[in-house]
Ligand binder design. Structure first.
Ligand SMILES: [Zn+2]
Length: 113
């Protein structure tokens, strides 16, 4: 499952960080997920809960921030939000666009004690 491997890398990161900072318990984890990464928030939470059982992060709250797909037009330089996966600049109709956000999959921060 797609979400399982993503959750695994999130868990790996926070457990590694927890070790570096000698924390006792992870309280919450904030992750950013781009809309294009096709991750279901609910299944990601489920996998996260499953993988953190018996670790420092057991019971930690997973906060998922979804990031919209945005592009920058190489023709006119404007930034725009992509709706319905139409990668065309709304200002000049150019399709020469470069993706700025939407593929994120990162651990932003986490709270621990
Ligand atoms: Zn444009």
């Amino acid at each position: 499952m797609h979400e399982m491997s993503i959750a695994q890398s999130v868990v790996d990161i926070i457990l590694q960080e927890s070790q570096n900072h000698q924390v006792n318990r992870v309280l919450s984890v904030a992750v950013k997920v781009g809309e294009l990464s096709a991750v279901e928030s609910e299944s990601l939470k489920f996998c996260f809960n499953f993988l953190t059982k018996g670790t420092l992060a057991e019971g930690a709250k997973l906060e998922i921030e979804r990031v919209q797909v945005t592009c920058r037009c190489q023709g006119c330089g404007s930034n725009f939000t992509v709706q319905g996966l139409v990668f065309v600049c709304p200002s000049c109709q150019s399709s020469e666009v470069e993706m700025v956000t939407g593929r994120e999959l990162s651990v932003e921060s986490f709270e621990a004690e």
